[in-house]
Design a protein around this ligand. Structure first.
Ligand code: F6P
Length: 359
C-alpha cells in the first residue's frame, strides 16, 4: 500500500460534530500510514498563496477537541468560487485558483465535510480539476438527501428541545404562550423533532400551510382544558399566510431567515388574548458539545470516508442507512433534497399526540 496524502476541509455553516469527523479521518488515515492535510476556512484557504493548510496528527486530538462544537479548520458559507464576490461588488470566477491550490498540495483524495450547497460547489471543482472527492454530510437542517442522518442535526434538536424544557416552567409561571423560533432553512426537521420531543402544542413548518384561526383554536382548547400555558415551535422559513418570508438583512445586504416568530406571536395574542413571548434560538443551535449520537455518526462517517479513498471510490458521499454506513453518489444526494414529508411518521406522530400543525 503506497503512502497517500489526503486533504480534509469543512465547508458551509458549522455545526456540532465536525471536529469528531476530522478526528476520525485523521486516525483512520494514520492507521493506513497516510498523511492528512487540513485545508483552512473551506475552499477559501486555497485562494491564499501559499494555500492555508495544517498537517493533522492523531496527537492533535488527544485533548478535548472532539468534544467541542465548531471546526478547528474554520469554514465559510459565502464566496462561491465560481462567482466570488469582489470588493467592488462584481463577481469573478476563481475556481481555477482553487483547483491550482488542490494541485499544489498534491493530494490523492479530498474529504469535503459539507451540506448540499457545498457539495454542489466541491463536485464541480472536482470535475473540472480531476480531484478525487469524497463527501461527508453535515447540517443542522438535516435536508441532505439519501442519508437518514447528517452530522450536527441531533445536537441542534437537543438544544432546541432543551430550550422548550426551559421555556415551559416560565410559561406556566406567567400564564403565557411561548413561541420558539428555530433554524432549519427551508426544511422543518428541527421544529418537528424538537417540537415533539419538547412537548409543543403547535408546530409550524414550511412544508405544511397553516392558518392563524387553526392555531388560535388549538390554544383556546388548551386553555379550556385547564392548562394555563402553551408552547409553539415555528421554523424560521415559515411564511405569513400571504406567502411572505421573514428575513433579517445584515450589514452588506446579506439576508437570512429570521423573525417569523414575532409575527406568529402577535397574531396569537390578537386572536386569543393570551400574553405571548418570543424566543429566537438562532446560532445557539449550531454550538454546544456534540451529542453522543453526533459523535458516533461523525466517527463512523470519517472512517468510511477514508475507506472509500482506499478503494478509489470517488464522487461518493458517506450516508447512514438502516443502522449502517453506506456510500451514495454525491450527485444523487444533491438531487434528493430532503424536506419534511407531510405524510411521514413524525408528522403522523405529532397529529396523534394532538399537536396542531396549523392546518
Ligand atoms: O444551514 C445551516 C443554517 O444554520 C440554517 O439553519 C440557517 O438558516 C443558516 O445556516 C444561517 O446562516 P448564517 O450562519 O450565515 O447566519
Amino acid at each position: 500500500m503506497s503512502k497517500k496524502k489526503i486533504g480534509i476541509l469543512t465547508s458551509g455553516g458549522d455545526c456540532a460534530g465536525l471536529n469528531a469527523v476530522i478526528r476520525s479521518v485523521v486516525h483512520s488515515a494514520h492507521h493506513q500510514g497516510w498523511e492528512t492535510i487540513g485545508i483552512l476556512n473551506g475552499t477559501a484557504g486555497l485562494l491564499k498563496d501559499p494555500p492555508q493548510v495544517r498537517t493533522l496528527h492523531p496527537r492533535d486530538f488527544d485533548g478535548n477537541v472532539m468534544r467541542l462544537g465548531g471546526t478547528i479548520l474554520g469554514t465559510t458559507n459565502k464566496g462561491n468560487p465560481f462567482a466570488f464576490p469582489m470588493a467592488d461588488g462584481s463577481t469573478k470566477d476563481l475556481s481555477g485558483k482553487i483547483i491550482d491550490g488542490f494541485k499544489i498540495l498534491g493530494l490523492d483524495g479530498v474529504i469535503g465535510i459539507g451540506g448540499d450547497g457545498s457539495f454542489a460547489i466541491l463536485k464541480e471543482l472536482a470535475k473540472q480539476g480531476g480531484i478525487n472527492l469524497v463527501g461527508v454530510p453535515k447540517t443542522i437542517d438535516n435536508d441532505i438527501g439519501m442519508t437518514e442522518a447528517s452530522v450536527g442535526f441531533d445536537t441542534a434538536v437537543m438544544v432546541a428541545t432543551e430550550a422548550l424544557d426551559r421555556l415551559q416552567p416560565t410559561a406556566a409561571s406567567h400564564d403565557r404562550v411561548m413561541i420558539l423560533e428555530v433554524m432549519g432553512r427551508d426544511a422543518g426537521h428541527i421544529a418537528l423533532n424538537a417540537g415533539i420531543a419538547g412537548g409543543a402544542d403547535v408546530i409550524l413548518i414550511p412544508e405544511i400551510p397553516y392558518t392563524i384561526e387553526n392555531i388560535a383554536r388549538k390554544i383556546k382548547s388548551v386553555k379550556e382544558s385547564g392548562r394555563n400555558f402553551a408552547l409553539v415551535v415555528v421554523s424560521e422559513a415559515v411564511s405569513t399566510p400571504e406567502g411572505t418570508k421573514a428575513e433579517m438583512e445584515y450589514h452588506g445586504g446579506e439576508k437570512r431567515y429570521g423573525g417569523i416568530g414575532y409575527y406568529i406571536g402577535d397574531k396569537i395574542a390578537e386572536a386569543t388574548d393570551c400574553e405571548t413571548r418570543v424566543t429566537i434560538l438562532g446560532h445557539v443551535q449550531r454550538g454546544s458539545q456534540p451529542t453522543w449520537n453526533d459523535r458516533l455518526l461523525a466517527s463512523a462517517f470519517g472512517a468510511k470516508a477514508v475507506e472509500l479513498i482506499k478503494e478509489g471510490k470517488f464522487g461518493r458521499m458517506v450516508a447512514w442507512s438502516d443502522r449502517q454506513v453506506i456510500d451514495v453518489s454525491i450527485d444523487d444526494a444533491i438531487k434528493a433534497y430532503q424536506d419534511v414529508n407531510p405524510n411521514s411518521t413524525l408528522v403522523q406522530t405529532a397529529r396523534s399526540l394532538g399537536i396542531s400543525l396549523g392546518d
